[in-house]
Design a binder for this molecule. Structure first.
Ligand SMILES: [Zn+2]
Length: 510
């Protein structure tokens, strides 16, 4: 990965020394907060990581009190929202909830047990949107299609899988198609094994009566089962006991007290966790970071543009809250959408084995797989100029669209954001820049019950929270580099269009 620095090699050498101690020292010692918040630099100084950590402590306490998570549609999400709203009101905001419907699913119990010839449990990951087997599960003999990928009914060569469980390889078509074709062949359930090393966390992409209970397993386990089946019948019991229903959840939207309403800087983070953990790094960190910036911003009288903070709901289920927000404007108030000068997204800013990553809107390192609206590169530059100014190394992370900025960029709103890493692995170069462990995941506890307070790298959170504050204040004062400050962006951008909810960033559809 290419890195960017204005500073010379001497500073880099110093950092390499720091890195050998496996500790990444903050590039800028934490000066005491400035009494005023009149400039972007003063805003950065006023953001204290101790305050951000206090919000995270609240999020963790809430998760503990609510079944270990803060997922969309749960009491843990409601309690998290009430805390954010209370803090916002104290700071002079009038937060509003924007409600929307979403499909709620929660696994009550799941297991995959071989009952014959051996008795043993097999690791597996049930797929999102797979229907429930009920509490007693499905028991049947395993049967594989003649063409391993099972994408067409002809792949089963006329075999009748009634009362059986299909064992199918990943590849060629979507998991939903494999599930439905296995169902057509008569199967009661389907197991899809990976076609590459590693676990398989998949989604059927949506609700369908044609889907059958479906789970994923590793390539090695799939092949072991196929070898066993060659020796004689293999029988399994698959339990996938789930709650699946429509529920309501909401975004929280809070506008700054001041600023011109025809030139809005939008700052967002998703507030929901996954169902499987407390979500302190993903995305308590981003939520707490923008909350602290909001609190400090409302004390200032020295900015020109309205800042709209958003805590998105149901991001983990497919960017649903942010997509709903944008689609609602497209449909009901397109003029309001055009007033958004730029959108800043913060999804994971305290990863334990962190990088200091900036969404690569100018595509200097990564070709973006999504449209990059004009003004995005200039938005990125607000972050990178700040890091260069304080001698903080940083790297580009792909402008992938795989978080809440997607609906914005698909409608021509420029965007950028910060990211300290999720399920990728740290390179030697990144260790040289930021310390940490080479070859290890940026966040080994990503989407697990262990994503708690101990999963936060406080130095990374400090650096990033200050950058959130800096960029927000800088753009609140002046968006001229992005869209022209005194003349808001002319209303001749691309025609707005509704966009579909997306596959969540931790799931694969095929
Ligand atoms: Zn996230």
């Amino acid at each position: 990965m290419k890195t960017h620095r204005k500073a010379g090699t001497a500073a880099l050498a110093g950092l390499a020394l720091a890195a050998t101690a496996a500790v990444s020292a903050p590039a800028q010692a934490d000066k005491p907060p400035h009494p005023n918040v009149n400039t972007a630099d003063q805003m950065a100084r006023s953001i204290q990581v101790e305050n951000v950590m206090k919000h995270l402590q609240e999020f963790e306490r809430i998760a503990k009190d609510h079944d270990g998570n803060r997922a969309a549609g749960t009491s843990g999400y409601e309690a998290t929202a009430q805390y954010v709203e209370k803090e916002l009101r104290k700071a002079g905001f009038a937060p509003k909830r924007q409600y929307f419907d979403f499909f709620f699913e929660s696994v009550n119990a799941t297991s995959l047990n071989e009952t014959s010839p051996e008795q043993r449990a097999w690791p597996n990951n049930p797929m999102s949107y797979a229907p429930s087997t009920g509490a007693s599960g499905v028991t049947g003999e395993l049967a594989a299609p003649q063409v391993a990928t099972g994408c067409a009914i002809s792949d089963y060569a006329g075999a009748d899988l009634t009362g059986k469980i299909a064992l199918v390889s990943r590849g060629t078509c979507s998991f939903a198609q494999k599930s439905q074709v296995a169902g057509q062949a008569g199967a009661d359930a389907a197991i899809i094994y990976n076609n590459a090393p590693g676990a398989l966390n998949g989604t059927l992409g949506g609700v369908s009566d044609a889907n059958i209970p479906t789970t994923g397993m590793t390539q090695a386990d799939g092949q072991a089962l196929l070898a066993k089946m060659a020796q004689g019948p293999v029988t399994m019991t698959f339990i996938l006991d789930k709650t699946m229903e429509m529920r309501q959840t909401f975004n929280i939207i809070a506008d700054s007290s001041r600023g011109r309403a025809d030139n809005v800087v939008m700052v967002g983070a998703h507030l929901d966790s996954v169902g499987s953990g407390p979500g302190i790094n993903d995305n308590g960190s981003g939520s707490a970071g923008i909350l602290e910036t909001a609190i400090k911003l409302n004390k200032s009288k020295k900015y020109n543009n309205k800042v709209r903070f958003a805590w998105w709901g149901a991001e983990e289920l497919g960017l649903i809250g942010s997509t709903h927000y944008v689609n609602d404007l497209v449909e009901n108030n397109p003029a309001e959408l055009k007033k958004i000068a730029t959108y800043l997204n913060f999804d994971m800013i305290g990863s334990p084995n962190h990088i200091i990553g900036v969404y690569d809107a100018d595509q200097s390192t990564h070709q973006a797989p999504v449209p990059v609206p004009p003004g995005s590169a200039e938005t990125e530059q607000v972050f990178t100029d700040y890091f260069d100014k304080i001698d903080q190394p940083w790297v580009d992370t792909e402008f992938s669209g795989r978080s809440d900025y997607q609906a914005f960029i698909l409608n021509g709103v420029p965007a950028s954001g910060l990211f300290t890493g999720a399920d990728g692995r740290k390179t030697a170069e990144e260790v040289r820049l930021f310390g940490g462990t080479e070859g290890e995941l940026y966040d080994p506890n990503y989407h697990t019950p262990a994503d708690d307070l101990t999963n936060i790298n406080v130095d990374a959170l400090r650096i990033m929270s200050k950058a959130v504050g800096y960029a927000t204040m800088s753009l609140a004062i002046d968006t001229s580099a992005v869209n022209g400050k005194t003349n808001p962006r002319p209303g001749n951008g691309p025609k707005p269009k509704k966009v579909k909810p997306q596959i969540p960033h931790h799931l694969k559809a095929s």
